[in-house]
Design a protein around this ligand. Structure first.
Ligand SMILES: NC(=O)c1ccc[n+]([C@@H]2O[C@H](COP(=O)([O-])OP(=O)(O)OC[C@H]3O[C@@H](n4cnc5c(N)ncnc54)[C@H](O)[C@@H]3O)[C@@H](O)[C@H]2O)c1
Length: 287
């Protein structure tokens, strides 16, 4: 059977095709390639919200997978102690990877686009983007939710995600090599967290799901993939604001999860490397 070869992996021959070639050619040496598909060697990208929490955890995973440079976008003028120690750790990995810090507000569309271009000019490529910057406000009654606060949450969680994806996507289009954009939504975009009055957060995250599908359909022909990722409860500064002040929530949130526990930030590592890499090359518009 001959296959309609609409696309060829840069690592071809791969999988069963490789096995069949090996059967024909005694000089063909079988070699495991599955982890090569996850490798990010020489790739460059942006992670917003990368100063701490899930953003920083994911940025480190991308460096471990071999990315040449990962640019962490976040608000503070200078990076956190945690970020600096992680940068040093990356330097010592010995794989040539580096973590860079950029102080920026993702709500400023022009600044974010300009920074994307500056990175493109310097690195001459753009391969992946994780838009993870986000905020969660304290409980606020939906019937009297103040308009300014509602706008503020949507401005960071939805608009800021769009601007970050645009900044990376513009450079992906410029270099013509495709790329992978991962928008961090939340389970709160699909479900409502029981007993939590978080209407702005939930709404902002629902919008991110449709943003990903919509961008994926527009950009697929350019091989720019866009997927969304929706974590469940994970202990970070964002959730610590609740868990540290209301310890009973740990049992409650754990009991709402099929595995009976909340997640660890490092449990995001595998999925982001998969999504950023060629291992997910036929995955776009997915949640
Ligand atoms: N922790 C969880 O349980 C959980 C669950 C689902 C989704 N998420 C999402 O994951 C992402 C990361 O969350 P986290 O838990 O690591 O929280 P976090 O508060 O530790 O990290 C969020 C980061 O975003 C940055 N940020 C906020 N506003 C910004 C702005 N205007 N410009 C640039 N950076 C800005 C913050 O400074 C912070 O470093 C968020 O989008 C969050 O909604 C988290």
């Amino acid at each position: 059977m001959s296959s309609p070869a609409q696309s060829i992996s840069p690592l071809a021959p791969l999988g069963v095709t490789a096995a069949l070639e090996a059967a024909k050619d005694p000089n063909f040496k079988p070699k495991p390639k599955i982890f090569d598909e996850f490798a990010l060697s020489n790739r460059v990208g942006i992670v917003s919200g990368g100063n701490r929490g899930l953003g920083l955890e994911m940025a480190l995973a991308l460096c471990e997978a071999g990315a040449r440079a990962v640019y962490c976008f976040d608000l503070p003028a200078s990076p956190s102690d945690e970020w600096m120690k992680t940068r040093d750790y990356v330097q010592n990995l010995g794989n040539g990877s580096k973590l860079e810090y950029v102080s920026i507000d993702v709500r400023d569309q022009k600044a974010v686009w300009d920074k994307g271009k500056e990175i493109g000019d310097k690195e001459q490529r753009m391969d992946f983007c994780i838009a993870a910057a986000g905020i969660l406000k304290s409980h606020t009654d939906c019937l009297t939710y103040p308009s300014e606060q509602f706008k503020e949450v949507l401005d960071v969680n939805t608009n800021g995600v769009l601007y970050t994806a645009q900044a990376a996507g513009q450079q992906m289009r410029r270099f013509g090599d495709g790329g992978s954009i991962i928008l961090i939504a939340s389970m709160s975009g699909s479900i409502t967290n029981k007993d939590h009055a978080w209407v702005s957060y939930n709404t902002s995250k629902s919008a991110v799901l449709q943003l990903a599908r919509s961008m994926a359909c527009e950009l697929g022909k350019e091989n720019i993939r866009v997927n969304s990722l929706s974590p469940g409860h994970i202990y970070t500064s964002m959730t610590a604001a609740y868990l540290d002040t209301q310890p009973h929530l740990l049992d409650k949130w754990s009991s709402l999860n099929p595995m009976g526990r909340i997640g660890r930030p490092d449990e995001m590592r595998g999925v982001v490397v998969w999504l950023a890499s060629d291992a997910s090359s036929f995955c776009t518009g997915s949640e």
